[in-house]
Design a protein around this ligand. Structure first.
Ligand code: NAD
Ligand code: TDX
Length: 331
């Protein structure tokens, strides 16, 4: 396969590029990334000299550029987006530009160049929020009900991608996945923020009452799900990907991290809540399990432990990003 990966210098995209080059020695990848504050070539240091990998710095909103890059690829895996909910509350317009317009520009190029598969990475946040203490989960048939400018922009992208399937027959697939965690995640996000704060002996801030629940998906498990869907998923279909068997609140996760790092509860601090803070996400991933045999390879506690180890052993990667990551929270 010849892949165009967008947003490959970000968290999930860089993990995906590592994964794909390792598992598919015949394939080549072009990585198109604008290198916003969230894109880091340091995440791709190990593969930068690989002859099957090429980096192009550029914007997915540039039709001329995306047209030219798609001439020679058969598969598009589209990660590029503004991805941070807190930032979307401060600056919504960039979310509409990259997440909505950027996706439509890519779809146009994919159609012109007759790509064999256009895969969009979307989020479970498009489905809104679930009540605490309920057993309900998001699935492929859950109605859209986005609550933040981020999730609204991702919803619009999902609708556009499906419209290109119905209207023009473009062979698309979409994954709506839950919260990812693992190596190379920006320290502005919850799990890496907690770990890196503790390494620096700083308190860890919990929004509101700490009872909010997320469905945590280890990034490598997510890459495997995308792999299965890009190869064997049915065109036009959406697949929900989640990682959790047992649910944990943000407070419980913070306590697990504190324990893994040998610290005590005095490092926890409750702070003001995020506006319109979605209460609970939970994903029913039975479709991808049933059709393609996917399930998370290890349990959450093992994955959390290896994530703590990765951040402890790779300060060179996150330390230069930490100051900027924290500055967003002072606004
Ligand atoms: P990220 O913020 O770490 O990386 C995004 C990447 O996209 C960056 O490298 C950035 O430079 C690039 N980018 C942004 N705008 C661009 C543009 N206009 N042109 C070219 N490149 C651009 O994001 P992530 O956490 O890796 O998320 C990847 C995708 O997965 C996103 O679409 C996000 O909505 C989705 N997603 C993420 C999570 C999660 O937990 N991280 C969960 C569900 C879905
Ligand atoms: O300091 C914090 N304290 C805190 O309590 C931060 C940064 C977050 N939180 C809470 C808010 C959420 O309930 O932790 C939870 C996770 O927060 P984020 O890491 O910001 O993720 P979330 O808002 O859930 O969105 C993420 O998952 C879905 C990704 O950033 C999105 O790109 C993805 O679509």
């Amino acid at each position: 396969m010849k892949l165009l990966v967008t947003g490959g210098a970000g968290f999930i995209g860089s993990n995906f590029i590592h994964y794909w080059l390792k598992h598919y020695p015949e394939d080549s990848i072009v990585n198109l990334d604008k290198l916003t504050y969230a894109g880091h070539l340091s995440s791709l240091k190990d593969v930068s000299e690989n002859s099957r990998y090429k980096f192009v710095k550029g914007d997915i909103c540039s039709q001329k550029l995306t047209d030219s890059l798609m001439v020679d690829v058969d598969t598009v895996v589209h990660f590029a987006a503004e991805s941070h909910v807190d930032r979307s509350i401060l600056h919504p317009s960039e979310f509409v530009r990259s997440n909505v317009l950027g996706t439509q520009v890519l779809l146009e190029s994919a159609l012109k160049n007759k790509v064999k598969r256009f895969h969009l990475i979307s989020t479970d946040e498009v489905f809104g929020s679930l009540p605490l203490n309920s057993r309900t989960k998001f699935s492929e048939s859950t109605p859209y009900d986005p609550k933040s400018p981020y999730s609204a922009s991702k919803s619009a992208a999902d609708h556009l991608v499906r419209a290109y399937f119905h209207t023009f027959g473009l062979p698309i697939t979409i994954t709506n996945c839950s919260n990812n965690f693992g190596p190379y995640q920006n320290p502005e996000k919850f799990i890496p923020r907690m770990i890196t704060n503790l390494i620096l002996n700083q308190k860890i801030p919990i929004y509101g009452d700490g009872k909010n629940v997320r469905d945590w998906l280890y990034v490598e498990d997510h890459c495997w799900a995308i792999d299965l869907i890009v190869h064997n998923g049915r065109p036009g279909q959406t697949y929900c990907i989640g990682g959790q068997k047992k649910e944990f609140s943000n407070f419980e996760i913070a306590q697990k991290i504190i324990k893994l790092m040998g610290m005590d509860k005095s490092m926890l601090e409750f702070v003001a809540d995020r506006p319109s803070h979605d209460r609970r996400y939970a994903v029913n991933w039975s479709k991808v399990h049933r059709e393609l045999g996917w399930s998370p390879a290890k349990n959450f506690d093992d994955r959390l432990k290896s994530t703590v180890e990765w951040y402890s052993n790779n300060k060179w990667w996150w330390m230069p990003l930490k100051k900027q990551a924290e500055s967003i929270y002072r606004k």
